[in-house]
Design a protein around this ligand. Structure first.
Ligand code: 6GU
Length: 243
């Protein structure tokens, strides 16, 4: 899949996308990440990309002309039509199912806003989906775009071992179970005995129970949304964690 990011701050993307798994995914050809500078599409001498808001008020608004020129030029760089995402605090909250859906798309273009935002006509003309990464405000859309690219790229076939994705937090509505590796005892803290027992059935049961406990304690909202087995319910009610 191909990502195209349109931003006023292209250098922000250099570090996070070029390390570890995302670096490997790009080298292996699973994903392409192209970062484009919106300022290069401004036509005046000062390469102006923002202006004061109609109606008055605080802050500046990103102008439509450079953004529209950038979207059209970058779109034409590939024969596949991009799914256009605008990252904004007033978008739909990002969740795992959304990342899974985006990972199916052959091409995603992400528009990063800055200042008070972008001219509304960019949104009504070009944008297919508006995404927020949580209920707080960032200085711009760049970090949100990187969060989305990371969450999506790891779901593309071949990037990460499918087994690793199966039981992780948010993949099936439960949080993850705790992990341990050597040494067996560290500063007096032992690894749970069952994990070294070699009893696969008992290990699977313990892990399921840990996932249920963690989710009930930390994210009761998530527990309400999934269907639990009779065994799950019995375990949770024994721990007084079922309402
Ligand atoms: Cl997508 N952008 C900004 N500026 N702030 C945010 C956000 C996005 N998502 C949460 N806060």
């Amino acid at each position: 899949m191909r990502f195209d990011v349109l931003t006023l701050f292209p250098t922000m993307f250099a570090g996070p996308l070029n390390e570890s798994i995302l670096k490997r995914a790009q080298h292996a050809g699973h994903v392409q990440m192209h970062i484009h500078d919106i300022r290069a599409y401004a036509t005046d001498r000062h390469q102006t990309c923002d202006d004061t808001p109609y109606g008055g008020g605080a802050g500046m608004v990103m102008k439509i002309a450079p953004l529209a020129a950038a979207i059209r030029d970058v779109t034409a760089q590939d024969s596949v039509q991009p799914h256009v995402v605008y990252v904004t605090p007033d978008g739909e909250p990002l969740h795992q199912a959304m990342a899974v859906q985006l990972a199916q798309r052959p091409r995603v273009m992400i528009l990063c806003g800055h200042y008070e935002g972008i001219d509304e006509r960019v949104r009504t003309t070009f944008v297919h989906q508006e995404i927020s990464i949580g209920d707080y405000v960032l200085t711009g859309g760049e970090l949100a775009a990187m969060v989305i690219m990371d969450a999506v790229a790891r779901l593309i076939g071949g990037v990460i071992n499918a087994d690793s994705l199966a039981e992780e937090s948010h993949s099936d509505g439960l949080l993850e179970y705790p992990h341990y590796t050597r040494p067996a005892v560290w500063e007096g803290q032992a690894v749970p005995e069952v994990l070294a027992s070699g009893h696969h059935g008992a290990i699977a049961t313990w892990r399921r129970q840990q996932r249920l406990l963690r989710t009930a304690q930390r994210r009761p909202d998530m527990l309400k949304r999934i269907s639990l087995s009779a065994t799950d319910r019995k375990f949770l009610s024994e721990h007084k964690l079922l309402e």
